[in-house]
Design a protein around this ligand. Structure first.
Ligand SMILES: CC(C)(COP(=O)(O)OP(=O)(O)OC[C@H]1O[C@@H](n2cnc3c(N)ncnc32)[C@H](O)[C@@H]1OP(=O)(O)O)[C@@H](O)C(=O)NCCC(=O)NCCS
Length: 182
């Protein structure tokens, strides 16, 4: 368990299926994510959570649940984690979602990212953390920039959304940059 000021990063629990199932059907959240394409069934969400509980077959990823610190039940509000971890080159891809529309834009994402970066650099001994964000995700971009991520490049016209193509922006932060930002 990792404690921040307003949030906690914790392990997955079986009861997280419900709150996840609520946001995977919400276009206001999923339009920013690359992996939710077709309506996701309760069975698929359950299978995802079961995989997180056992961590079987996924040695190169790790995901935390984000919960509010003042919520005694520590209900799932989102998740933050690392995918594609290269144990040799010591980099990984950060992914994050806050699944409750009423909690967006309140600084919780930035707090979760800072905690996750601390874990990646100080505990996993990563050298660099990267991410990608769609050009139309202004809130995501601003949040990442605020956390110290630098824009490194753009894959042009890679994402189709709302009738047109948008760039995918690549961002990254090194261990040194993170240490200096503290
Ligand atoms: C991306 C995400 C994790 C960011 O977390 P968050 O708690 O909403 O972000 P923060 O409040 O920490 O920071 C958002 C920044 O964007 C600004 N912002 C908030 N709402 C905005 C909006 N609708 N449009 C543009 N900017 C906005 C805020 O002012 C803030 O910048 P500031 O602190 O410099 O003023 C969260 O919004 C989220 O999960 N969104 C849905 C899914 C998603 O986009 N996932 C990431 C895919 S790459």
């Amino acid at each position: 368990m990792i404690y921040g000021k307003r949030i906690v990063l914790r392990e997955f629990r079986r009861e997280d299926v419900g709150p996840i199932q609520r946001w995977v059907g919400n276009e206001e959240i999923t339009k920013y994510l690359g992996f939710v394409m077709f309506p996701q069934s309760l069975e698929e969400t359950t299978a995802f959570v079961e995989r997180q509980l056992t961590k079987k077959g996924a040695p190169n990823e790790g995901i935390f649940v984000i919960a509010l610190r003042d919520d005694p039940g520590m209900e799932y509000i989102g998740s933050v984690g690392f995918h594609g971890i290269s144990w040799r080159d010591r980099h990984s891809e950060l992914g994050i979602v806050i699944g409750r529309e009423d909690l967006l834009g309140k600084g919780l994402g930035a707090e979760a990212i800072q905690l996750a970066l601390g874990f990646a650099f100080d505990f996993l001994n990563m050298h660099k953390v990267n991410l990608t964000v769609f050009d139309y995700n202004e809130r995501g971009y601003r949040c990442y920039a605020k956390c110290g991520f630098k824009e490194e490049g753009r894959v042009r016209e890679q994402r189709f959304y709302n009738g047109r193509y948008w760039d995918v922006i690549i961002m990254g932060i090194t261990r040194e940059e993170f240490a200096q930002s503290k």
